[in-house]
Design a binder for this molecule. Sequence first.
Ligand SMILES: Nc1ncnc2c1ncn2[C@@H]1O[C@H](COP(=O)(O)OP(=O)(O)OP(=O)(O)O)[C@@H](O)[C@H]1O
Length: 300
Amino acid sequence: MPELPWIFTRLDLRALVDILSVALIFYWLLWVAQGTRAAQLIRGLVILLGAVIGAANLFQLVALNWLLSVTLPALIVAIPIVFQPELRRALERLGHTGAWLRSPLSTSNQEAELSHAIEEITRASAQLARLRYGALIVIERETGLQDYADRGIPLDATLTRQLLINVFFPNSPLHDGAVIVRGNRIIAAGCVLPLSDNVAIESQLGTRHRAGIGITEESDAVAVIVSEETGQISVAANGRLYRNLDPERLRRILRSLLRLERQATGMRLRERARQRPRLAEGGQGEQVAEDSARTPTQVG
Ligand SMILES: Nc1ncnc2c1ncn2[C@@H]1O[C@H](COP(=O)(O)OP(=O)(O)OP(=O)(O)O)[C@@H](O)[C@H]1O
């Protein structure tokens, strides 16, 4: 029998767990970075380092090797600074234990509120798009957006589509800036958001879209953007833009991004399981419609 390469002779369970952990960390980091500014930076960094390290070793370039040995430690310090928003988002996602700790009652209340908010935002966006009123609606999730709300005009009003349309009515005192939604309430309007400096964003997209993407780079919020110029509806989440949505797709994307689709499907399945014995007794079968929890496709 041929002898195994030496590396396999040292492979035990502990080494496998070790390799798997490192692979999972890299997979998670790349997943978080995917489609964001960080992905381009990582690609650029890998190409640059690959070329420089390759050239230095291949041609035994002493000065380049010295430069590498001096700059690499500095690069390790620089990485958390350069990737600060992505790392913060990744750690925040990791720390979102709130959903597991909430009581079922408060969860179902929040779900009802969120469902109502999605419906109102969808209908308002459709109408705003028809009227060609520009709009920027930010839905707060786990990351608090109070800082941004404090810099806007406080409202604390029940979220209704009529109010949203009123806010974004051209030349109204509140139409400039973003509306921030928490649960089923509009907490503030006229909020100034951070602009994304992602170079991959199409140049014809202006500051409204950049602000919508920017806030989702800084937090786990979801932003709905209605273009004044084209009447197109877009959604930004995790630094990505999903463009040219019709109301039905907007509703689905929001439900999917805000995790309602999966919860709703889960609730329907649980309900179905509870009903099954009764249905079997009656000899009647009932089909429970299940929406597919499609992940939105990235367009921008
Ligand atoms: N930092 C910001 N935070 C919140 N809203 C902003 C910010 N910057 C700009 N806006 C909003 O965007 C509007 C300007 O939009 P602009 O035309 O530059 O962007 P756009 O992405 O091309 O949108 P549209 O397609 O609607 O024209 C401003 O009037 C303001 O309401």
